[in-house]
Ligand binder design. Structure first.
Ligand SMILES: C[S@@+](CC[C@H](N)C(=O)[O-])C[C@H]1O[C@@H](n2cnc3c(N)ncnc32)[C@H](O)[C@@H]1O
Length: 153
């Protein structure tokens, strides 16, 4: 199964929600600091309910630390961005892919955009909306990758 990476997430309930999705799908969750909250935050815990023990959670202090880890493991780094040039439906996922989401406030840092094998967008035909919610984007991306790879049953 693909892995999910959140770069500098800021809002605890979003990360808790994503953690629950990762627990349900058996997806590794990589958090790249600095985070906008403590890992012990009660809203983070509440949003993840009692599923945290089932989350395969990896924490990296910085983008540099994550990059070293990712390079050691290999696989394509797929940056998700509203300005991505490839529709996420049209990409052919591999089980070694890393699906990477940016922060709620700033999106993906330029360094991570530059390192991305591909920048993917989720279509938003109504242009009044600037972006989708982080947790919604992560779920949409994970389930499309899982659908293609037939890894979700
Ligand atoms: C709330 S959005 C960030 C908005 C931020 N102001 C920006 O300019 O990117 C949080 C993250 O969700 C993902 N995301 C949101 N909408 C997306 C879309 N339509 N296509 C791809 N990724 C999206 C991206 O990874 C983004 O960094």
């Amino acid at each position: 199964m693909v892995k999910l990476v959140l770069v500098n997430p800021q809002i605890p309930p979003n990360t808790g929600n994503i953690a629950r999705t990762c627990a349900a799908t058996g997806t590794e969750l990589h958090l790249v600091g600095p985070l906008g909250f403590e890992l012990g935050d009660r809203y983070l815990k509440r949003a993840g309910l009692d599923y945290w023990p089932y989350v395969d959670l990896h924490y990296h202090n910085s983008c540099e630390e994550f990059i070293t880890h990712w390079r050691g493991q290999g696989g394509n780094l797929l940056g998700f961005s509203v300005t991505g040039t490839v529709n996420f439906w049209d990409y052919t996922y591999q089980s070694t892919d890393w699906l990477m989401m940016g922060s709620e406030t700033d999106g993906l840092p330029q360094m991570m955009r530059d390192l991305s094998t591909q920048l993917l967008c989720i279509p938003m035909p109504h242009s009044e909306v600037r972006s989708l919610n982080l947790a919604s984007s992560a779920a949409i991306a994970l389930f499309e990758a899982g659908r293609q790879l037939r890894s979700l049953g």
